[in-house]
Design a protein around this ligand. Structure first.
Ligand code: NAG
Ligand code: NAG
Ligand code: NAG
Ligand code: NAG
Length: 299
């Protein structure tokens, strides 16, 4: 309690003590291209949300809405581009501008030891060590085209604590499926927004610092798609969504469990659904009327 109080105090001091400046942005104005219609999701209110235009090697690559108290993103938004190469060897990055408001907002390699202001302001690798959670990408590197696009996904502000059973099981199958739908039927850009949904009553944390999502969620918008879409694919365009379990023990109201799944991934099912159904779930769980894509992506 005391720790979180002094933590909040420090954040307040950082927040109000820092002169207003050019670098830490209060909106997504530098990276609107990653949102359909250049319009970020509407309806998200509340304190502590920090838009991040994810900048790496002098270029913007995607956008994340970071939540300071959770030290985790609510979502990452990106334009899908199939990888032109392998998954890069992961060099994990952090965001200096969360720790020092006047810092250059380029992602940086962690230095050793990690600066205390960086530790206060965001998740660090130590949080994940021995946590029994993997580092789950919201914007997965294989959905990104160039090597630099892919390297940029390795910032911990694009990561949530995800169970291995989800990350290497049903959730990774969903990511492959979305990629395949893009390659086969999407004629133009596919805008994807992927996030984590916190526990409803009692938040859970790793290392008492980083919020663990109970569910993963994702939605895409492909406004221009194949004119010769097979009947079986009509439900998947222009939008589609899914919610995945990140806790075997969750109730089955949102996502039912396939008890026949193999033990390593059992309880980590992903339920495919319409964009409207996902938005209903987000609305109930977050108590915010969230609209992910402008005009529901109806052109
Ligand atoms: C981080 O370190 C790696 C390996 O040393 C290097 O290849 C990369 O360019 C560095 N990235 C940044 C943003 O400095
Ligand atoms: C991780 O799992 C192991 C084995 O189930 C358990 O002993 C350990 O306490 C867990 N660690 C955390 C941080 O929950
Ligand atoms: C994709 O869009 C282009 C330009 O609008 C159009 O000419 C083409 O027929 C479309 N392709 C498919 C498969 O629908
Ligand atoms: C699920 O619940 C069981 C029994 O209450 C508990 O032993 C186990 O640690 C829980 N597993 C997870 C992943 O929370």
């Amino acid at each position: 309690m005391l720790q979180s109080f002094t933590g909040s105090l420090l954040l307040l001091l950082l927040w109000f003590g820092a002169p207003v400046c050019c670098e830490i942005s209060s909106d997504f104005s530098q990276c609107l291209d990653f949102f359909y219609g250049r319009s970020p999701p509407q309806g998200i209110t509340g304190a502590g949300y920090q838009p991040i235009c994810q900048r790496y090697k002098n270029q913007y690559h995607f956008a994340s809405l970071y939540h300071r108290q959770s030290r985790a993103p609510l979502y990452s938004a990106y334009v899908l581009g199939p990888a032109e190469g392998k998954r890069p060897s992961s060099t994990w990055l952090y965001e200096p501008q969360l720790a020092f408001s006047r810092a250059n907002p380029e992602m940086k390699n962690f230095s050793i030891p990690v600066d205390q202001n960086v530790i206060e302001s965001q998740a660090v690798l130590q949080d994940y060590k021995n946590s029994n959670f993997t580092k789950g990408h919201l914007n997965p590197s294989m959905h990104q085209k160039t090597r630099e696009n892919r390297e940029a996904t390795f910032t911990l502000t694009n990561i949530v604590p995800q169970r291995a059973g989800s990350n290497s099981g049903p959730w990774s199958r969903l990511e492959s499926e979305v990629l395949k739908k893009f390659k086969t039927f999407c004629n133009g850009s596919m805008y994807v927004i992927t996030g984590g949904l916190p526990y409803e009553a009692e938040p859970r944390w790793i290392n008492n610092r980083v919020s663990v999502p109970e569910y993963m969620w994702s939605a895409y918008c492909c406004p221009s798609y194949s004119a010769s879409l097979p009947t079986s694919m009509r439900a998947f365009f222009p939008t589609y969504a899914a919610v995945g379990r990140n806790d075997k023990n969750s109730s089955e109201e949102i996502v039912p469990v396939n008890i026949k799944a193999r033990a390593s991934t059992r309880g980590y099912d992903v339920r495919r659904m319409s964009l409207e159904t996902l938005e209903d779930i987000l609305k109930q769980r977050l108590a915010m009327p969230i609209s992910l894509f402008q005009g529901q992506c109806q052109g």
